[in-house]
Design a protein around this ligand. Structure first.
Ligand code: ADP
Ligand code: MG
Length: 665
């Protein structure tokens, strides 16, 4: 059976169930098989009716007498019956379930699971779960009682009990093949699925989940490798020639010496650009490590070859900043650099430009421009998206260079970004002074404010205030929160001019506010969390984050990266009413990678990249921390890739839109 078929192909699952299952990200039969319990409930203790004690939760196996409806003194309806087994009998009570009188017939053999308590001063089993035992039961096995019971993630109209029945039927009737064409030295797939859903004992669970986790990682990695393959097969009409003399001149004109990490990456990019297939490189470097100039290098090579570069930033403000940076880096050379803001289309009116700077929106619009040889994408966290978008550029596929300050731990890079080549700038330019970081509990707020005031009064300091993280995308709520904080701080620091920056300001206004802050006219800038990425204002040296506990460590590190860019001591104050040890790690570590790894351990992958939009699939079974399994699956994926055609079953699972397992959120 094709496991990628929709669940509606299964008996007893119609369109309405299917639409409810979508909320659990279950679309295909495969998805249902991989909807694993998040815990198990031990209902294996079977007792005799005569020895059931009040206060105990037990399973009973025997027969039920007729279920009769009755009314309480307050007019509520309840159901009464009597359970008996060889040892004796016990009364059974349900509340407000009148249908039971129809579903349970007299003398029905049943298993009941519930709590024994007193009712009308006599022991009774109260509101038990019941499971009818009849010859028709699949394998006449009990699945809801009398054993370890899987408990699943549920949604409205989809209970664990319902899922349990469907999955049990599926496992019983499906001819479950082995999906791997080799023996990974683990449980068979069929065995693993059975034990993960219906383990005989707790010790059956880990090896089963381990096997399923392996498959999950393997599929992800095969998919990444397939993407890489197909990207590399797209036609490239331009093979760049690199003129070393010109590059040397570019380097000579730089206002600083490149670090050796920057030089290494420049080398990697040069060899990328001289290959006959399009590059797809991810450049990872801590905030302030100097990624922009490296990208400028690549743009320079493209322009030398008569091709233009699209240079994209996540926000308008950053686009402006990049534009300024590039204009000044290329001043000694004859390069035309344009900035496109708002919703303007780019088309052949812009053919005279060598570099076009804009926001990420540039590429989602139809770009009608030929000779685009390179696309630089700054701080885009959904890397796969970038690639797909670049493909939308008609004609030849450009080289892609994506840059991020989000430190991607090795395990994540191995699992998910196998289709990208990774470069790392692991060194900061010399002379940077580490930012002093303090976690500030609420009671120290007044003292902190007077300390900040004294710093500002010295004339050397500027202050960023970042309002609490409310939602990933900037909603009216977070804008309002920033506005309130702005009004409040004007009273706290009346003597210092204060600016307010958020995404709902008109675009011209944002730039005005930024310029005033950059020029030192504003001494304080109040912002929302979304506007801050990548800002480079060397004079700003104090970062104050409100409700810091709501942020991931990697995000806090990003925020902190806004200061510490000049040659004066910088400070980062993390305000919180929950000074946890997680936050304290910020005081201790200055490495983004270290903090990202901690976050990965403590809060899961979602936090690495902000929330909903991170583009990382939530692994269903596997765990980003399991380096050993990740590496094992990666090696297998590499070996399998060339022979994938011989394994139709495995190949069929690698359709990106078919199984939820490998789809980004
Ligand atoms: P990020 O990697 O965070 O994007 P930027 O490219 O904005 O960092 O660079 C941060 C700052 O460091 C800029 O002011 C830039 O001019 C400066 N810079 C970049 N490379 C060097 C270097 N090798 N030596 C000194 N300063 C550098
Ligand atoms: Mg940057």
């Amino acid at each position: 059976m094709d496991l990628t078929l929709p669940v509606t192909r299964l008996p007893g699952i119609g369109e309405s169930s299917a639409s409810r299952l979508k909320k659990l990200r279950i679309h295909s039969i495969f998805d249902l098989l991989y909807h694993l319990p998040f815990r198990y409930e031990d209902r294996s203790r079977i007792v005799a009716a005569s020895s059931a004690q009040a206060g105990e939760t037990v399973t009973l196996i025997g027969r039920l007498d007729t279920v009769k409806n009755a009314y309480t003194r307050h007019g509520k309806i309840l159901q009464k019956s009597v359970f008996s087994d060889a040892s004796g009998s016990l009364q059974v009570i349900w509340f407000n379930q009148p249908f039971l009188s129809r579903t349970i017939r007299k003398s029905s053999p049943v298993a009941l699971y519930g709590k024994v308590d007193f009712f009308d001063r006599k022991p009774a089993l109260i509101s038990p779960e019941y499971e009818l035992i009849n010859e028709g039961n699949v394998g006449s096995k009990l699945i809801h009682t009398a054993r370890l019971i899987p408990v699943y993630p549920e949604t409205a109209g989809v209970s664990s009990k319902w899922l349990r029945s469907k999955i049990f039927r599926l496992l019983s009737f499906l001819d479950i093949p082995e999906i791997l064409p080799f023996d990974p030295g683990m449980l068979k797939w069929k065995e693993a699925l059975w034990s993960a859903h219906f383990p005989a004992s707790y010790s059956d669970v880990p090896p089963a989940r381990n096997r399923l986790a392996f498959d999950e990682l393997l599929l992800l990695q095969l998919l990444a490798l397939l993407r890489r393959d197909s990207w590399r097969r797209t036609p490239l009409t331009h093979k760049f020639r690199v003129n070393n003399n010109l590059l040397d001149r570019f380097i000579t004109y730089l206002p600083y010496t490149l670090t050796s990490a920057q030089l290494n990456v420049v080398d990697e990019i040069i060899s990328d650009l001289s290959r006959p297939f399009p590059a797809n490189r991810l450049l990872e470097g801590d905030v302030g490590s100097g990624k922009t100039v490296v990208a400028a290098f690549a743009a320079f090579i493209a322009s030398q070859n008569g091709f233009r570069t699209l240079f994209m930033a996540p926000t308008q403000i950053l686009a402006h900043q990049h534009h300024q940076t590039l204009v000044s880096l290329f001043r000694p050379f004859d390069l035309k650099i344009g900035l496109i803001t708002g919703s303007k289309k780019i088309d052949n009116r812009h053919t005279s430009l060598d570099i076009i700077v804009g926001t990420h929106a540039l590429i989602s619009k139809s770009v009608k421009l030929d000779r685009v040889g390179l696309v630089v994408i700054d701080e885009q966290h959904r890397f796969g998206v970038a690639q797909r978008a670049a493909l939308a550029l008609k004609g030849a596929s450009p080289h892609i260079l994506t840059m991020t300050a989000t430190p991607i731990p090795r395990t994540v890079a191995l699992t998910l970004y196998g289709d990208l080549d990774l470069s790392v700038i692991d060194e900061l330019p010399p002379g940077r002074i580490p930012v002093k970081t303090w976690v500030v509990p609420d009671f120290k707020r007044p003292a902190s404010y007077s300390w900040i005031a004294s710093q500002l009064a010295s004339g050397q300091s500027q202050l960023f205030v970042v309002c609490p993280f409310i939602e990933e995308s900037e909603t009216l709520t977070s804008v309002r929160a920033a506005t309130v904080e702005f009004d409040r701080l004007k009273l706290v620091f009346p003597e210092f001019p204060t600016g307010l920056l958020h995404g709902r300001l008109k675009s011209g206004e944002k730039e005005k506010v930024m310029e005033k802050f950059r020029a030192g006219e504003y001494r304080i800038l109040v912002t929302t969390p979304v506007v801050e990425v990548g800002l480079d204002i060397p004079a700003a040296n104090i970062m104050l984050v409100e409700a810091a506990d709501r942020f991931g460590l990697a995000q806090l590190h990003q925020l902190r990266g806004r200061v510490g860019r000049g040659d004066i001591q910088s400070y980062c104050l993390l305000f919180t009413d929950k000074p946890t040890s997680r936050l304290k790690a910020m005081e201790q570590y200055n490495s983004g990678l270290k903090l990202a790894e901690l976050d990965l351990k403590l809060r899961g992958p979602g936090e690495l990249y902000g929330t909903a939009q991170h583009g990382l699939p939530d692994l269903k079974v596997a765990d980003y921390g399991d380096l050993e399994l990740i590496e094992k699956s990666r090696n297998c994926a590499r070996n399998l890739l060339p022979r994938l055609g011989e394994y139709p079953l495995l190949r069929s699972l690698l359709k990106e839109d078919k199984i939820a397992l490998i789809q980004p959120n």
